[in-house]
Write a protein that binds this ligand. Structure first.
Ligand code: CAA
Length: 388
C-alpha cells in the first residue's frame, strides 16, 4: 500500500506528466542537488534541457511556444521538481507564473510574439520585479519611477530579492508613472537584460533554495521603449496582484513538493533504522508523526490542485490560491521538522536531503506574500477590504 492516497482524482495524462517530470528531476537534478546547494549555483544545463523538453512553457498555448497543458499540470511539475530540490521548483514557478504569465494575460499580440514565445519555448528565462526596500508586504509603496520622455519611459530605482535575477532575460517590472496617487499610479513594463543602466547586485547568500538565483535589480536611467508598457498606464498594481494570485499556486505546489520529498525520505528511513530491535517506524511516537504528515500533505494537495482547477476553468481563485499557499507552506514547515526529527542526528548533517528540505521549506511561508498577507487576502474575501 505504502500510504498512497487516491483522494484527489487526477487524470492519467496528469499522472503520466508527473512520471516524466519525476524522472527528469531524479536523473538531472538529484545527483547535483547537494552541490548546487553548497555552491549557491543555478542548474544552468538542467534548466536548458528542461526548456528544450518544452516544460518551461507548460501552461501556455502552443501558438505562443507553450505545451498547451493546464494549470494543474504546471502545479504538478513544480511539485515534482521541488520534491527533489525546492530551489529548482521556484525557478520554474517564478519563470512561468511571474515572468511569463503577465505577458500572456496582459500583453499585446506584438509583446507576446516578441517576449512570450521565447519564454514559453524555454530559450529565455523570465523574472518579476516588484519588491523594494520599502515595498515588501506593502507592495503599493513602490518607489521605482518610470517617467515618460518622448518614445521612452526612463526607469530609475532598485528591486530587491528578485528570483531568477541575473539568469533571466526578460523582466516584468513595476514602477510609478504618476506619483502621489497610490496604487493607481503604478504601471508594469517589460524590461530586457542588457539595456544600458540595468545592472544586478550580488547573489544573496540564502538559508535555502540556494540553487535558485536571487539578486537586486538596479535601474539607472534605463530607457524602456513606450511599446514595452504592459497593459495600460496605472494598471500595474492590479497586474501585480492578479499575477500573484496565480503565482501563489506555484509556491503552494513548491511547498507541497518539498514536504512530500521529506516525508518520503522519512518514511523510508523509519523502515530501515533499527533501534531497540525493531525499525523506529513501529514506535507510535514515529508512526503517528508519519500518519499526521500524510494527512497534512493530502489536505494541502487538495487545496493546491483545486485552486489550479479553478484558475484553469476561469473561476474566481484568488482566495483559494491564498489558502493553498498559506496552508501548504505552514504544513510544509511542520512536515520537514517532523521528517528531520525522525532522522534524528543523521538528519542534521549536510548532504542529507531532509536537512536541505528543512532549510528550503522556510521561504515558502515568506515569499509571494507572507502567510500573514495570505490571511489578509483570505479575510478580505470573507469580510471585504479594510476601510482606508
Ligand atoms: N486582483 C486584481 N486586482 C486587485 C487584487 C487582485 N487579486 N487585489 C487588489 N486589487 C486591486 C484592488 O481592487 C484595488 O483597486 P481599486 O482601488 O481600483 O479598487 C487595488 O488593487 C488596491 O487594492 P488594495 O487597496 O487592497 O491594496 P493594498 O495596498 O491594501 O494591498 C495587499 C493589498 C494584498 C496587502 C498587497 O499589497 C499584497 O499582495 N502584498 C503582498 C505583496 C507580495 O505578495 N509580494 C510578493 C513579491 S513577488 C515574490 O515574492 C516572488 C518570488 O520571490 C518568487
Amino acid at each position: 500500500k505504502g500510504g498512497k492516497s487516491m483522494l484527489f482524482q487526477t487524470s492519467k495524462e496528469h499522472e503520466d506528466l508527473r512520471k516524466e517530470i519525476r524522472a527528469f528531476a531524479e536523473t538531472e537534478i538529484k545527483p547535483i542537488a547537494f552541490e548546487l546547494d553548497q555552491n549557491n549555483e543555478f542548474p544552468t544545463e538542467a534548466i536548458k534541457k528542461f526548456g528544450e523538453m518544452g516544460f518551461m512553457g507548460l501552461p501556455f498555448p502552443k501558438k505562443y511556444g507553450g505545451m498547451g497543458k493546464d494549470i494543474l499540470s504546471y502545479a504538478i511539475a513544480v511539485e515534482e521538481l521541488s520534491r527533489i530540490d525546492g530551489g529548482t521548483g521556484v525557478i520554474l514557478s517564478a519563470h512561468v507564473s511571474l515572468g511569463s504569465w503577465p505577458i500572456f494575460a496582459y500583453g499585446t499580440e506584438e509583446q507576446k510574439q516578441k517576449y512570450l514565445i521565447p519564454l514559453a519555448n524555454g530559450s529565455k528565462i523570465g523574472a518579476f520585479g516588484l519588491t523594494e526596500e520599502n515595498a515588501g508586504s506593502d507592495a503599493g509603496e513602490t518607489e521605482t519611477t518610470a517617467e515618460l520622455d518622448g518614445d521612452y519611459y526612463i526607469l530609475n530605482g532598485t528591486k530587491i530579492f528578485i528570483t531568477n535575477a541575473i539568469v533571466a532575460d526578460t523582466y516584468v517590472v513595476f514602477a510609478v508613472t504618476t506619483p502621489g496617487i497610490g496604487t493607481k499610479g503604478i504601471s508594469a513594463f517589460i524590461v530586457e537584460k542588457g539595456w544600458e543602466g540595468f545592472t544586478f547586485g550580488d547573489h544573496y547568500d540564502k538559508l535555502g533554495i540556494r540553487s535558485s538565483s536571487t539578486a537586486e535589480l538596479n535601474f539607472n536611467n534605463v530607457k524602456v521603449p513606450k511599446e514595452n508598457l504592459l497593459g495600460k498606464e496605472g494598471q500595474g498594481f492590479r497586474i501585480a496582484m492578479a499575477t500573484l494570485d496565480g503565482g501563489r499556486i506555484g509556491i503552494a505546489a513548491q511547498a507541497l513538493g518539498i514536504a512530500q520529498g521529506a516525508y518520503e525520505n522519512a518514511v523510508q528511513y523509519s523502515k530501515e533504522r533499527v533501534q531497540f530491535g525493531k525499525p523506529v517506524g513501529f514506535n507510535q511516537a514515529i508512526s503517528f508523526k508519519i500518519s499526521d504528515m500524510l494527512t497534512k500533505l493530502t489536505t494541502a494537495r487538495f487545496l493546491v490542485y483545486s485552486a489550479a482547477e479553478l484558475k484553469e476553468n476561469d473561476k474566481p481563485y484568488g482566495m483559494e490560491a491564498a489558502m493553498a499557499k498559506q496552508y501548504a507552506s505552514d504544513i510544509a514547515l511542520e512536515v520537514v521538522n517532523d521528517a528531520l526529527q525522525i532522522y534524528g542526528g543523521s538528519g542534521y548533517i549536510k548532504g542529507i536531503e531532509v536537512e536541505r528540505a528543512y532549510r528550503d521549506a522556510k521561504i515558502t511561508t515568506i515569499y509571494e506574500g507572507t502567510n500573514e498577507i495570505q490571511r489578509v487576502v483570505i479575510a478580505s474575501h470573507i469580510l471585504g477590504r479594510q476601510p482606508k
